[in-house]
Write a protein that binds this ligand. Structure first.
Ligand SMILES: Cc1cc2nc3c(=O)[nH]c(=O)nc-3n(C[C@H](O)[C@H](O)[C@H](O)COP(=O)(O)O)c2cc1C
Length: 167
């Protein structure tokens, strides 16, 4: 299926740097197991289908989150507003230790108060994708703050919109 000759010619750092030129929003993926609540910063998210309602996230094989989502079979996508840059760093393992007890409970999952949007999904399918696993999720619950301005990520830097979004 894959042409390994072409793949071998791609430097992973080049690939990461090129993909990093694609500006994204920033999410914290959360889930709950018997061991407790867990969150992980993630930009690899996309909406997939409206009918049925499907989304997708990509989780590294090396992330603690991987086994936790496999165990719980559910996850929440907490879309971060610009003011929650500290949460993005914290859940990427780069926090300054000031965030404690960040979660509330909604629909049996930990969620972040103040998120710009919340999407709760059951895992519908797991797709092996190299060093990541794609989790296709069937959306079960939604919430959003229409006034929130998004946190953005581009070329390894966090930022915000240059001007407020107009409708
Ligand atoms: C802006 C940003 C986006 C990230 N996106 C992802 C992602 O989509 N998937 C992923 O597996 N890791 C992603 N990471 C890395 C994880 O957040 C990081 O490895 C984290 O420490 C994993 O947590 P865990 O091992 O405790 O689950 C991202 C990090 C940052 C800063």
């Amino acid at each position: 299926m894959y042409d390994s000759t072409v793949l071998d010619a791609i430097d992973p750092r080049d690939l990461r740097d090129c993909c990093g030129r694609f500006a994204t929003g920033v999410n914290v993926i959360t889930t709950r197991t018997d061991e407790g609540d867990h969150g992980m910063t993630a930009s690899a998210f996309m909406s997939v289908s409206l009918d049925p309602p499907l989304i997708c996230i990509s989780v590294s094989r090396s992330a603690n989150m991987l086994d936790k989502i496999r165990e719980s079979g559910r996850y929440a996508v907490n879309v971060l507003p610009e003011g929650m840059r500290g949460h993005a760093l914290h859940f990427a393992g780069r926090g300054d230790g000031t965030l404690t007890e960040p979660f509330q409970s909604r629909h049996g999952l930990p969620v972040l108060p103040g998120a710009a949007a919340l999407i709760i999904a059951d895992v519908a399918e797991q797709i092996e994708a190299g060093d990541h696993i794609l989790f296709l999720g069937h959306v079960r619950h939604l919430d959003r703050d229409p006034a929130a301005s998004p946190l953005l990520y581009h070329a390894g830097q966090f930022g915000g919109l240059a001007a407020p979004a107009s409708t």
